[in-house]
Ligand binder design. Structure first.
Ligand code: KIV
Ligand code: ZN
Length: 512
């Protein structure tokens, strides 16, 4: 390896800005610790000034992560910067990331500031940040639509004030690879003190070019890539973590640069992020999609049997995908489950393991072979959702060709048991009406989707819902052998997320 690319992961910050993808503090800590295990250099843990909940999450992550730098984002405002510095101060390796827009369109219409005023804002913000935290990153928001010479002046000012990483965001996903690479080269050539800093890039995927732009920027000399697992993020998302890491690894002959990432842990982290956020990975998604290593055509299958390299540029094992989806059954013991989960990247406490094991036994009584996906779903529901406000205790449905669907639902509402029966247009409608009555929710169901977790008619159903209440949107996810129960779990999960959002309001950050 001639050179190393710094991986800056923003799943917990920009990724959380994906509509509906709110994560609670426990979920964020779980993802952060997996990112640390993966070998991520910098974890952007959140936006501490956005809300007390965000502050608390960043601070807790900062206090627990030791190998990766823990970064917080702050607008170029004194209060944001002070709050952010306090949140990351407990980290072994703290980083403060501050930003201001530099494009004329943002200056004129959003900020109503002149170029000279923004230069001063950048200088003051970085100086203050540097006085509170040694590792400062500065981003020029909407850099790809900014005047290049002005951008270089802003960067020069930020470096002089103490920034050691300069980030070039393609905030609106507008850039094209050659053009973006040329911008990086221009900044490297025309920013006087650039030798004191690392150039970073942060691309959005509005034109489907985030990965291409990031790779082109690396070829042009950028040494930090800002990415998010499964490519989640604002609007069409961010550059995908797994695509950048695997492109650099697979085409090392061309890039002659690599990362510190242990690629064999990519797949479990992708699944974890999808489980927690409720954002499904599309089947044809590069690297981590269900079809990414599936060969359908006869010619391809023939080649694969003769020699996998005929049609496969990466081995599935390289990303932690095991071809045999091994399989546990009703006689598997707790120890086997523990080891199997450990291989999948889950280190559970004794109590957590006991909870998952009990659910495993109950599932194994009903389903012969338990696969990775089944186990993950049990971890997701048994461990990640332990402190929910609403929980399903019991669901009974009566439905069929000759009866009106009726659901009887018993729930724990903030620790107290309550039950309700409702009729509906179908069994799911009946169950949802009963849950809505019990929880007194006014949330609207925006989307409902269902799929099978594995093959076969005994597969667990996996349901995802999108709910809206007032201005808040949340995703919910649930799985079960019984699809009505899976639907109820997804709805209840979405309602719990809405409750979390209500209890942790985020003040939508405005421009400076
Ligand atoms: O897209 C963007 O410009 C950002 C900055 C805050 C880095 O997310
Ligand atoms: Zn962004």
């Amino acid at each position: 390896m001639d050179d190393r690319i710094i991986i800056f992961d923003t799943t917990l910050r920009d990724g959380e800005q994906s509509p509906g993808a709110t994560m609670n503090t426990a979920e964020k800590i779980r993802i952060a610790s997996k990112l640390e295990d993966l070998g991520v250099d910098v974890i952007e843990a959140g936006f501490p000034a956005a809300s007390p909940g965000d502050f608390d999450a960043v601070r807790q992550i900062a206090s627990q992560i030791t190998q990766s730098s823990v970064c917080g984002l702050a607008r170029a405002l004194p209060n944001d910067i002070r709050t952010c510095a306090e949140a990351v101060s407990v980290a072994k390796k703290p980083r403060l990331h501050t930003f201001v827009s530099t494009s004329d369109i943002h200056l004129e219409y959003q900020m109503r500031k002149s170029r000279e005023e923004v230069l001063e804002i950048a200088h003051n913000a970085v100086s203050l940040a540097k006085s509170l935290c040694d590792d400062v990153e500065f981003s020029a928001m909407d850099a790809s639509r900014s005047d290049r010479d002005y951008l270089c002046r802003v960067f020069e000012t930020a470096i002089a004030a103490g920034a050691r990483t300069l980030n070039i965001p393609d905030t609106v996903g507008y850039a094209i690879p050659e053009e973006f690479a040329a911008l990086v080269s221009y900044v490297l050539k025309n920013t006087k003190n650039i030798d004191k800093a690392i150039v970073s890039v942060h691309c959005h995927n509005d034109l489907g070019l985030a990965t291409a732009n990031t790779l082109a920027a690396i070829r042009a000399g950028a040494r930090q890539a800002e990415v998010a697992v499964n490519g989640i993020g604002e609007r069409a998302g961010n550059t995908s973590f797994e695509e950048i890491v695997m492109a650099l690894r697979t085409r090392n002959d061309l890039f002659k640069a690599d990362t510190r990432i242990d690629t064999t842990k990519i797949y479990p982290v992708s699944r974890l992020v999808s489980m927690i956020t409720g954002i499904m990975v599309q089947p044809n998604k590069a690297i981590v999609g269900a079809n990414a290593f599936a060969h359908e055509s006869g010619i391809h299958q023939d080649g694969m049997l003769k020699n996998p390299s005929t049609y496969e540029i990466m081995r599935p094992e390289a990303i932690g995908l095991h071809s045999s989806k091994l399989v546990l059954g009703k006689h598997s013991g707790k120890h086997a489950i523990k080891n199997y989960l450990k291989d999948m990247g889950y280190n559970l406490s004794d109590d957590e393991l006991q909870g998952v094991f009990e659910k495993f036994k109950s599932l194994a009584d009903r389903k012969k072979d338990i696969t990775d996906e089944d186990l993950e779903a049990l971890v997701n529901e048994g461990v990640l959702r332990s402190s929910d406000l609403f929980a399903l205790e019991y669901l009974h449905i009566s439905s069929g060709t000759t009866v009106d669907p009726i659901a009887h639902v018993k729930m724990l509402i903030n620790g107290r048991s309550a039950e309700e029966s409702c009729r509906g247009n179908g069994p799911i409608d009946a169950a949802y009406q009963a849950i809505a009555k019990l929880t007194r929710t006014s949330a609207t169901l925006l989307r409902f989707s269902i799929s099978a977790l594995t093959d076969g008619t005994d597969a667990q159903g996996e349901v995802t819902v999108r709910l809206r209440e007032g201005g808040l949107v949340a995703l919910g996810r649930g799985s079960d052998l019984d699809i009505i129960t899976a639907s109820a779990k997804a709805y209840i999960n979405g309602l719990n997320r809405l409750e979390y959002l209500k209890a942790n309001p985020t003040s939508a950050p405005e421009a400076i």
